[in-house]
Design a protein around this ligand. Sequence first.
Ligand SMILES: C[S@@+](CC[C@H](N)C(=O)[O-])C[C@H]1O[C@@H](n2cnc3c(N)ncnc32)[C@H](O)[C@@H]1O
Length: 206
Amino acid sequence: MFEYPNSLAEKMWLLPLENWAFQPLDFSTLFPSFKEIEIEIGFSTAFFLSAYSNKHPEKALLGIEKNIKYFKKGFHILERRLEHENVKIACFDAIAFLRELTPFNSLDAIHIYFPDPWPKRRHRPKRIVNAENIMMMRNRLKPGGKIYIATDHPDYGEWMKIQLKEVDQHFIVHPYNYSKREVTTRWEEKQKKAGWNIHYFLLEKP
Ligand SMILES: C[S@@+](CC[C@H](N)C(=O)[O-])C[C@H]1O[C@@H](n2cnc3c(N)ncnc32)[C@H](O)[C@@H]1O
């Protein structure tokens, strides 16, 4: 890291960016008694997060939700439903969290269920599932770590196929569908009942 010589650092117009920069998290401090760490991006009302973490007391779950309204809803649902002390949550942009704070080779899984579809063409750059983000997430996974993705949005589903094709040589791509889902989300059940076709993807870092 570059350190300004004292004489320079004292000058007010030199911003001490290195001092302000985020430090990567140490998951062994955050979750001292857990070996497996998984993240859910956009937990919203936390139906998946609560059911999945209750089913897996051996796993530590980190839920990141950027919308304060959903974060609060999810928080209250978690308060009522959680059976173990294996969940921590933050109201933050999960992509920034992964990119800036999450150490390389630290996660066992990343769950991305029904991310906002941003259907307008000009909004597509906002879609969180794209080749660049998936490669960034790959770096944060341990070998054997997995990325689970689902969408019911037809155009986003096709877009995901194209984006994932660009990076699939860096993963083991597993067949994945509704019948293989261990825990589903509330939205998933609603859309399934309404007859929507859901696209599922499961990638493993070799
Ligand atoms: C369509 S909802 C799906 C909620 C839930 N996963 C489900 O399947 O029922 C998408 C959620 O992701 C959240 N979200 C979108 N972008 C995000 C980001 N970059 N970081 C964290 N949460 C995000 C939204 O606020 C919203 O709550």
